[in-house]
Ligand binder design. Structure first.
Ligand code: NAD
Length: 489
């Protein structure tokens, strides 16, 4: 039997075994073979990690350094990640089965995210506030929160961890990071890179394990000030409830059922590529998947014909190979869920126009349902797989009504060559990101997050650093004498 690579947790600057003395296997979704042993964290590992983070927050080596010095450390970290990018990307592919070309592109972008927040660290300022009281002088100061918990899913482990880590560290917090039990290895490998970048011990701690075993201990810990969570709705709501019970903040990035809306005046070739990128890239295992396609009736048949022809040529296979276009499904549970969603769509009367069946291994064929009506489950529920629901519409009003008719509001795509229509439609879409004539485009400069049940708060952009800061108001009395002590001043 092959010897599996054995990982350790990262606590207070040291790589340590879990207190439980137990590990669990991590599987390569393409080969369906176990390849690594991941520490099975428990409450006591979380307590040790949070204590280390709390100590590091107060220590002069971190709590006492200037924002510019934190920026310099983050820049050094970016350099270290850049050197190891391809290595980390290969681990992600081995662990979650997503295309190596995509993970490599993500890893090559991660240093830019750290550099963006490194540059921002010493540019977050408070204000001098012009009070309406002549005897007062006041200013605000931005301060870090303390210990931040970061909880991430399996689909883009390091990218989504970076969305939290980079602003949280730039703001001066310390972090306990809990990656998904389905793809923890790259985060533990990242901890090794972090440990070489010169940060004081305890600034970042990584504890792996099952969500229900370590999650509540982390979220409920008194010393954790805020929880930044990316994942599914049930985990997100459990986190929000536990955090709310202790009046601590949450940042939630949850699921989606995003519409791609193709108008008759669109550049159809570009729209076709955008629709395919939206749903079949990453085998649909992305929160921003354009899983609902809304096509104007006048071009419905023509567009569908081209779409089905193009999607049917998608090459499934080894995610490490550069010419593979669709990789495997990451987990066995997700595989079962996708197939169940497909059966439900069929039973509700949607027409399966492409795919609709498993491939060889843990693959699901690119699947397209047509004749979908807006209230079918396939048009409402997140599948998190390569399954597209196509709905026709007559005009802008109907397109908007269908597009907004979901509990989610993460993203949307609008395809039109008409400038006024693009702005008109964008303005009425209830989604955190609207792409016009593109899809799945990303930049650290632009805030990212969800409306409605897709989340709470924003990652990326300038605003994200303030998600990890408190505002302190400071009032200086200029009057020589304290006035009447029995009334409010
Ligand atoms: P998940 O909710 O099952 O797990 C996410 C993380 O939460 C894991 O680390 C898990 O261990 C942990 N967790 C689970 N229950 C917990 C609890 N009670 N307390 C604390 N932690 C807990 O999600 P997943 O299956 O890993 O990821 C898929 C989901 O993530 C999809 O719904 C997808 O849309 C969403 N997602 C959202 C974004 C975004 O930015 N909006 C990005 C990627 C994925």
């Amino acid at each position: 039997m092959a010897v599996l690579e054995k990982f350790q947790n990262f606590i207070d600057g040291n790589f340590v075994d879990p207190h439980s003395g137990e590990w669990f296997a991590s599987e390569n979704p393409y080969t369906q073979e176990d390849w690594a042993q991941i520490p099975r964290g428990s409450e006591s590992d979380i307590f040790a990690a949070v204590d280390a983070a709390a100590k590091a927050f107060e220590a002069p080596e971190w709590g006492g350094v200037t924002a510019a010095m934190r920026g310099a450390m983050l820049n050094k970290l970016a350099d270290c990640i850049a050197e190891k990018g391809e290595y980390l990307a290969a681990i992600e592919t081995r662990d979650n089965g997503k295309l190596y070309s995509e993970m490599k592109a993500q890893l090559s972008y991660i240093p830019h995210i750290f550099r963006y927040y490194a540059g921002l660290a010493d540019k977050v300022t408070g204000d001098v506030v012009p009070l309406d009281r002549p005897d007062g002088f006041a200013y605000t100061r931005k301060e870090p929160l303390g210990v931040v918990a970061a909880i991430t899913p399996w689909n883009s482990p390091l990218l989504l961890a970076t969305f939290k880590l980079a602003p949280a560290l730039a703001a001066g917090n310390t972090v306990v990071l809990k990656p998904s039990e389905h793809a923890s290895a790259s985060t533990l490998e990242f901890a090794k890179v972090f440990s070489e970048a010169g940060f004081p011990n305890g600034v970042l701690n990584v504890v792996t394990g099952f969500g229900h075993e370590v999650g509540p201990a982390l979220v409920g810990h008194d010393k954790v000030e805020k929880v930044a969570f990316t994942g599914g709705e049930s985990g997100g709501c459990a986190v929000a409830q536990a955090a709310g019970a202790r009046a601590k903040g949450v940042l939630l990035e949850l699921g989606g059922k995003s519409p791609n809306i193709v108008f008759e005046d669109a550049n159809l070739e570009n729209a076709l590529n955008g629709v395919i990128a939206g749903i079949f890239a990453a085998s649909g295992q992305t929160c921003i998947a354009g899983s609902r396609l809304l096509v104007q009736q006048s071009i419905y048949e023509k567009f569908l014909e081209k779409l089905i022809a193009k999607a049917s040529t998608a090459r499934m296979g080894d995610p490490m190979k550069p010419d593979t276009q669709v990789g495997p499904v990451t987990t066995a549970a997700q595989f079962t869920k996708i197939l169940e969603c497909i059966e439900t769509a069929k039973s509700e009367g949607a027409l399966c126009s492409l795919g609709g069946a498993p491939g060889v291994g843990r693959f699901v064929q690119p699947t397209i349902f047509t004749d979908v009506t807006p209230n079918m489950r396939i048009a409402q529920e997140e599948v998190f797989g390569p399954v597209l629901a196509v709905i026709p519409f007559r005009d802008e009003e109907e397109a908007l009504a269908i597009a907004n008719n979901t509990d989610y509001g993460l993203a949307a795509g609008v395809w039109t060559e008409n400038l006024s229509r693009a702005h008109r439609v964008e303005k009425r879409l209830k989604a955190g990101t609207v792409w016009v004539n593109t899809y799945r485009a990303f930049s650290v400069q632009l805030p990212f997050g969800g409306y409605k049940r897709s989340g709470l708060g924003r990652e990326n952009g300038r605003a994200a650093i303030e998600e990890f800061m408190e505002t302190k108001s400071v009032w200086i009395n200029l009057a020589p004498k304290f006035p009447n002590p029995f009334i409010m001043q």
